[in-house]
Write a new protein. Structure first.
Length: 186
């Protein structure tokens, strides 16, 4: 997982909770990096999972919600630094579908162990799309947050149904994403 993702987590924690909280997290997790990240370098996904667990304990918010909040924050950070992916795709679904194509390798790099981690999108109907997610670290709620961040960017109201989930014994997650009100065509 790229250092850029860790830097985004650091930024979010500092902005929302202060630098002391970030320092406390690094002290608790005691990662090999010591909390110093280079954007383009790879760090183990386990380190991210550990930091998220520590954040959950530190700020007393469920792990799922920490992942969701961070996912949305991360989308904005990535989009600000690499706007090319949303610029190339003029609708929310086209952007998600592009994860299969242009952005696929980039997105998969967000998750370490590329051979084990996998994201794939399939459009089912005009207003529903299904995302398949698989990763040993089971950070599917981070994926939910990223999707929500993208939906906000495209000004779409969405609902995410997450009925098949690795946290409930499945070997993959299925996220059904429905656009509630398609404001884009109006
Ligand atoms: Zn899941």
């Amino acid at each position: 997982m790229k250092g850029a993702i860790f830097i985004a987590l650091n930024d979010m924690i500092e902005q929302q909770h202060g630098i002391q909280v970030w320092k406390a997290l690094v002290q608790t997790v005691n990662p090999p990096s010591q909390g110093i990240y280079t954007a383009t370098e790879d760090y183990h996904e386990r380190e991210m999972a550990d930091l998220i667990i520590a954040t959950s304990r530190q700020i007393n918010v469920p792990i799922n919600d920490v992942q969701r909040t961070f996912g949305a924050f991360l989308f904005n950070e990535l989009n600000r630094k690499h706007p090319v992916f949303t610029q190339m795709n003029n609708t929310f679904f086209r952007f998600l579908m592009s994860i299969n194509e242009d952005a696929h390798k980039e997105i998969n790099k967000l998750y370490d162990e590329p051979s084990l981690s996998h994201i794939e999108c399939k459009q089912k109907t005009h207003d529903t799309l299904q995302m398949l997610y698989r990763s040993p670290r089971k950070m599917c709620y981070l994926a939910e947050g990223l999707i929500q961040g993208a939906a906000n960017h495209y000004q779409q109201d969405i609902q995410i149904a997450h009925k098949t989930c690795m946290h409930f014994g499945a070997d993959h997650c299925l996220l059904d994403i429905t656009i509630l009100e398609d404001t884009q065509d109006k």
